[in-house]
Design a protein around this ligand. Structure first.
Ligand SMILES: [Zn+2]
Length: 152
């Protein structure tokens, strides 16, 4: 009844984004009903998801650099307190976030520079192949599906 070349998928699961199919059916992975690929809502959903996937490496890189630098500076500052290079309870001392913590901020800024270079050097959090040229706003539906890792 169906010709082989007519089996081009026209529906997708927008719950798990793992299943493409033809005709009315449920997703084999999560059981949600597949929805038609040609409705504006579904295409908008695909674009949103494609954009999120494209932004992900940059977000992870940013979170890693900030997290590692804060952690490293906190450890470094604790070490300075421990060995007595820095003291927070001198007599007649007024607490100041800048004056008391300048070694922390100095280490933080230095660590941001170091981890940023390290991430570049080690090529961490890179964009998956094809991400540089893909524009989620203008890409065709098949291009979006390929980018999202669905077999078209
Ligand atoms: Zn599913």
């Amino acid at each position: 009844m169906y010709r082989q070349d007519a089996a081009r998928p026209d529906r997708i699961c927008i719950v798990c984004y793992r299943t493409l199919g033809t005709g009315e059916q449920s997703c084999g992975t999560c059981g949600a009903p597949l929805v038609p690929l040609d409705t504006p809502e579904v295409v908008a959903e695909l674009r949103k998801r494609a954009k999120a996937k494209k932004d992900q490496p940059a977000r992870r890189r940013y979170a890693f650099v900030i997290g590692a630098s804060l952690g490293g500076a906190a450890i470094g500052f604790a070490a300075l307190l421990l060995i007595g290079v820095v003291s927070l309870d001198r007599p007649g001392h007024t607490f100041s976030a800048v004056g008391d913590f300048w070694p922390f901020w100095l280490m933080f800024v230095a660590l941001v520079a170091v981890t940023t270079s390290l991430v570049k050097w080690l090529r961490l959090f890179r964009m998956p192949q094809g991400g540089d040229t893909l524009d989620p706003e203008t890409a065709s539906v098949p291009e979006l599906l390929v980018w999202l890792g669905l077999r078209v």
